[in-house]
Design a protein around this ligand. Structure first.
Ligand code: C5P
Length: 388
């Protein structure tokens, strides 16, 4: 997701500094080149050696230690983003006042690309009016600020001040660096395996983890789309999430909203059948011979919404045999614009896996193969294909 991006990470002197080791690994795993600059105080919490090893680059603390023809703070500004985490009250306030008394601050002062700050501090420091005033100044000037969470703090108290989770810092970085190619587009994505209720405690479901649908929603959001994720379980993200557990609940939500979208992607594994007679009471173990559940057909949501005017409708096709043949029949039967086919007989991809390998089939029955990759990368490729 961050292929060829140059990320400059700034660490200040706070206990959350140790969490940045994980963040650096995440950036590198996503393809970014990472350089790290620390304030001298940060060295009390993490070592240069750790950061050098994780970033696979030189780590900078003092001015005048970069082997480059340019002054240090200028050399470091040649990055796509400067992520300062944790950002102490001291550093936040100094940046807001143009103070440059260490390398991290001089770099921030000279940085012309986006700067993302993840403040972390004691609650009283966070509430201090001067710190708040400085933060307000930075926000107004276009700095991206991930405001701290409330929770247990290292100083032994509870309150606002805990640095946001590194996953959130990572997501925000991706969001800032992604060109808003899908800005203005409304996309609805369904995810997860539906739960067809038998009684108040039991249900019929399938092995879908919802990971592919969430990866699509994340990728669409990162590209600037207005995303609605309709999932069978709650998902805590920055885009709209509606929970619909059964096929009928999902049908209602999806059908209501489809006419207002530019694209609907049905990545959910919707159960083809539901229990005919839902029991209001928990079914008792009274029969020695077993019981029979009668199932009735569920609505085919994809088929129902296919053909909606000016809305691109995309379906998924999970098959354990004759993948392409079945996918071609399915796109003709359902009438959608694209079908994404994946082979669920393979253990290394598809259901519950972090990776996938898919075939994209269009109405003309042309097939495009996307080789095995992370679900995140596959999601990006699928979106490119839909909106190319
Ligand atoms: O018919 P089948 O389940 O093989 O088709 C899969 C595609 O159809 C998926 O996109 C799935 O979300 C959608 N579907 C649906 N309603 C159903 C069953 C599947 O929308 N009842």
């Amino acid at each position: 997701m961050l292929e060829n991006k140059n990320i400059l990470v700034g660490i200040t002197g706070g206990i959350a500094a140790y969490k940045i080791c994980t963040l650096i690994r995440m950036y590198r795993k996503a393809g970014a080149n990472v350089r790290v600059v620390l304030t001298p105080n940060a060295l009390n919490f993490v070592t240069k050696l750790t950061l050098q090893t994780l970033s696979n680059n030189e780590v900078y603390v003092e001015n005048f230690e970069i082997n480059d023809y340019k002054p240090e703070h200028i050399a470091l500004t040649e990055s796509d983003i400067f992520v300062i985490a944790p950002a102490s009250a001291n550093t936040v306030s100094k940046i807001a006042n143009g103070i440059c008394d260490n390398l991290l601050l001089s770099t921030a002062c000279a940085f012309s690309k986006p700067i993302l700050l993840a403040p972390a501090m004691n609650t009283n420091m966070w509430n201090n009016p001067f710190v708040q005033e400085n933060l307000a100044k930075l926000k107004k000037t276009g700095y991206h600020i991930l405001e701290p969470d409330s929770g247990y703090l290292a100083c032994g108290t509870s309150g606002v001040g805990r640095m946001r989770e590194v996953e959130e810092i990572f997501d925000k970085t991706v969001e800032i660096l992604s060109p808003a190619k899908l800005k203005g587009k409304k996309i609805l994505i369904s995810a997860g395996g539906t739960r067809e209720k038998i009684d108040p405690v039991r249900y019929i479901t399938n092995s879908s983890s919802g990971k592919m649908g969430i990866a699509l929603a994340d990728a669409a959001y990162a590209l600037g789309a207005d995303v609605t994720l309709v999932s069978t379980f709650p998902v805590d993200k920055n885009y709209q999430n509606i929970v619909a557990q059964t096929a009928q609940e999902m049908e209602k939500v999806v059908k209501e909203r489809t006419p207002f979208q530019d694209c609907v992607i049905m990545a959910a594994a919707v159960s083809d059948y539901r229990v005919a007679n839902y029991s209001e009471q928990k079914i008792k173990k009274t029969s020695e011979d077993g019981i029979t559940l009668e199932l009735v057909k569920n609505p085919d949501i994809l088929k129902e919404i296919s053909g909606t005017k000016n809305v691109k409708i995309v379906g998924f096709c999970a098959e354990s045999e004759n993948l392409l043949e079945n996918a071609k029949t399915k796109i003709q039967n359902k009438g959608c614009d694209l079908i994404i086919a994946n082979d669920i007989s393979r253990k290394d991809i598809g259901f519950d896996s972090n990776e996938n390998e898919v075939y994209i089939i269009n109405k003309e029955l042309e097939v495009k193969h996307l080789e095995k990759d992370t679900k995140q990368n596959i999601a990006k490729r699928i979106l490119e294909e839909i909106f190319e």
